[in-house]
Structures are given as structure tokens and as C-alpha cells.
Design a protein around this ligand. Structure first.
Ligand code: ADP
Length: 204
């Protein structure tokens, strides 16, 4: 409501309200959009915290990757990203959580890209009764001193102006993975891309 009406205000009265009005209205629109994104992320975080830890059924990770890629269609086209994958397994998780994991990690791989078009590879390998998933990118990379902090809620390494975001995406991923009995971590070097790993229990 706030962003829609601020937008209408700009369209109808922008030129009549004096030279600063457009600028103020655009701050209001940006603020409202940011608040909307924060609420969406907070909802995802709450869902990750309150849904049953391990569902009875099993989830086709490949199908959830398809869904995440479809949700990110605009960002993929805008950035010229290419996404490849190995065979992906079935795992014990809620469908929406598997989709959310891929969406957050691939969304980040696109957002934190270098000057090159993003090349992202998603893979999974079995080890000791669990699957180790990896999401690898060729983006800006992460300084090793922040490797753990980035999974904290609201921890960000850049300004919103440089890279938009709420600082909740990896916190949501961590909550989902740990509630399912897994772990999440990153291996990265500044300027040489990042690989995010997470483990999930295999189905019988
Ligand atoms: P947000 O992206 O909204 O800031 P996240 O929790 O998803 O929140 O990420 C936290 C921080 O970790 C980001 O601000 C960014 O600095 C860093 N980061 C996450 N993913 C990547 C990536 N693929 N490459 C480089 N930096 C990343």
C-alpha cells in the first residue's frame, strides 16, 4: 500500500510538489520495498524455525532446484547466469525448505557476482548416510575472516546501495539445515568465487 500510493503520488503530483519531492517520494518507495523484503524474509525465518524438523516423506532435490531456478528467472536473464548440476538425490526435508535453500544460495551467487556472467554449479555427493550438497559460483568471493559471521542474522559485508539485501538469507539456510540435522559452511577466496556446502540426511 505504502509503495503503491507513493508511486501514484509521484506520477500524479511529482512535478507539482517542488524540486525535492521526487527524491523524497523515491526514498519512501525504496523504504517500503525494503520493509516488504524484510517481512518476507522474517516469515521464511519463522517458518524454518517452527515447521516440523523432519518430515515423513522425501523430497526430490532436483525438482526443487527447478522451482528455485524458475523463481529466479528474471535475475538469471538479467545477469546472463548459467546454472549446471550433477544428479541430485531425494532427501528428508520439507519441499519449501529445499526450494528456499537453493533459492537463497543461487540468488546470492547471482547477486554477489564479479564482472563475469555468473557460472553456478550445483552438486551432491553421498557420504556416511548423508548428502553433501554444494553450490559453487565464480563471484566476488568472501574474506576468510567472515566465513562464519555471514551465517548470523543481519550480518552483511556490503552496503544496501552496493548490493541490496536484508542479511537474512544465509541465516534462514542455516536454520533450515541445522533443524534437519545438517551443517552449512563456505569455502571461498576473495576474487575467486565461493562454494557453499550443506549436508542433509539421506532417505532410506
Ligand atoms: P544478504 O545477501 O541479504 O546480505 P545473506 O545472509 O544471504 O544476506 O548473506 C550475508 C552476506 O554474505 C552478504 O551480505 C554477502 O556479503 C555475503 N555473501 C553471501 N553469499 C555470497 C556469495 N555467493 N558470494 C560472495 N558473498 C556472499
Amino acid at each position: 500500500m505504502v509503495s503503491t500510493y507513493s508511486e501514484l503520488l509521484r506520477k500524479e503530483f511529482g512535478s507539482k510538489l517542488g524540486p525535492s519531492a521526487d527524491e523524497y517520494i523515491s526514498y519512501a518507495v525504496q523504504g517500503a520495498r525494503r520493509m516488504e523484503q524484510l517481512l518476507t524474509d522474517l516469515r521464511a525465518y519463522t517458518l524454518a524455525s517452527t515447521s516440523e524438523p523432519v518430515p515423513l516423506g522425501d523430497v526430490d532435490a532436483g525438482a526443487m532446484l527447478d522451482k528455485a531456478v524458475a523463481n529466479l528467472d528474471a535475475a538469471i536473464k538479467d545477469s546472463g547466469a548459467s546454472i549446471s548440476r550433477s544428479d541430485l538425490p531425494h532427501v528428508r526435508l520439507h519441499e519449501f525448505q529445499m526450494e528456499q535453500l537453493f533459492q537463497n544460495l543461487i540468488g546470492n551467487a547471482i547477486r554477489y557476482r564479479s564482472k563475469l556472467p555468473p557460472q553456478i554449479h550445483v552438486a551432491a555427493l553421498p557420504q556416511d548416510g548423508e548428502w553433501i550438497f554444494s553450490v559453487q559460483d565464480n563471484g566476488i568471493g568472501i574474506d576468510s575472516q567472515y566465513k562464519e559471521q555471514i551465517f548470523d542474522l543481519f550480518k552483511r559485508l556490503h552496503s544496501v546501495a552496493a548490493y541490496p539485501g536484508t542479511g537474512m538469507g544465509l541465516g534462514i539456510c542455516k536454520r533450515i539445515v541445522e533443524r534437519a540435522g545438517g551443517r552449512i559452511w563456505v569455502e571461498s577466496e576473495p576474487g575467486r568465487g565461493s562454494t557453499f556446502f550443506f549436508t542433509l540426511p539421506a532417505t532410506d
